[in-house]
Design a protein around this ligand. Sequence first.
Ligand code: GDP
Ligand code: MN
Length: 397
Amino acid sequence: MNLHEYQGKELLKSYGVKIQEGIVAYSAAEAVEAAKKMKELYNSGWCVVKAQVHAGGRGKGGGVKLAKSPEQAGEIADAMIGMHLITPQTSAEGKLVRKVLVAQDVFYPGAAEPKEFYISILTDRGRGCNVIMYSPDGGMDIEKVAHETPDRVYFEFIDPMLGLRPFQAQKVAFNLGLSGQAFKEMVDFVLKLYAAFLGSDASMFEINPCLKTSDDRIIAVDSKVTLDDNALYRHKDLELLRDKDEEDPADVEAQELDLNYVKLDGNVGCMVNGAGLAMATMDLIQLSGGSPANFLDVGGTADAQRVENAMRFILKDSNVKAILINIFGGIVRCDRVAQGVVDAYKAIGKIPVPVIVRLQGTNADIAKKIIDESGLEVMGATEFQEAADLVAKVLAK
Ligand code: GDP
Ligand code: MN
């Protein structure tokens, strides 16, 4: 699950990480009010209006703009809200902007030039540990930095048993070229950032830019946070931050139905229990000349309602020319699933594509009987290969 910039910053702040402060606005009028409030709080009429969408590269697409007065903040917000923001990370249509963050201007003039760093935290699966990835050359061209001067990107690997040790945070601050007050601030920033990462069960944090202000403070000016969906059950407060408007409608619905669904671009809809069997099924479809339209794991409790939900879901994809239901009855009983298929048929009415059902395991014989005697246009199979061959046959027609 992805968070918006403003939500990510609030999360960081709750762990004591310093951030560029801001107020969310849903209209031009709210943006003016927010900017006035920011002026009172921070004693500067300047602020930055930032589009809140789940996509990076907003600066390049005109989604981050400096305003020199609350009125101007209102004008910018007026133009931004309702627009489709196109950035290097969105599709060609862009993303509809529904709200903006009116943020503190932190690039104020001072003794020294502000400096933008890049800091992210993610898991290195190869090494089996978390890693802090950072660069002194942060800002909007970090991709170019990574590509052209990879030696300017550093890695700090974290032992899962020992956690992030203070000397490692010091190493980060050192490699970023900091000294004095800014060095101390960065050590504190990195330690707290890592605590936030662990505490929220995040899978990715990206702070770009992390800014050294002209008065030597270290603050997060942007935040990209991805939380681990599998850990959300223990973060009810964070789960509430989900913004369904930003997500693919099919993904949202699958989530609501508790189905493990990934859309693919083939023509055979698959309904399988268990991720391993689902992958094997996709392989066999491919080997038999078809191509899977989706990955769908209906889970261990494939009862009639779930089968119906999954069937309706698969049928939404107009590319689907056949459906293969492949269930191994270990805990789930095959006769139950078979009844589910029959019920789904009756509930949905006419299913416009051939359905091949292979049920194996507990009560498979009873299941086959239910399918065969239902009088429905369903093809039953017992062997895996037999099912795949049937799929190939109906596709060839
Ligand atoms: P992104 O392009 O989606 O990653 O959005 P960011 O939040 O990172 O903002 C993009 C760029 O806007 C940053 O790299 C900064 O250079 C600039 N920016 C952000 N906040 C301020 C600010 O307070 N003042 C000024 N002048 N520029 C800012
Ligand atoms: Mn950024």
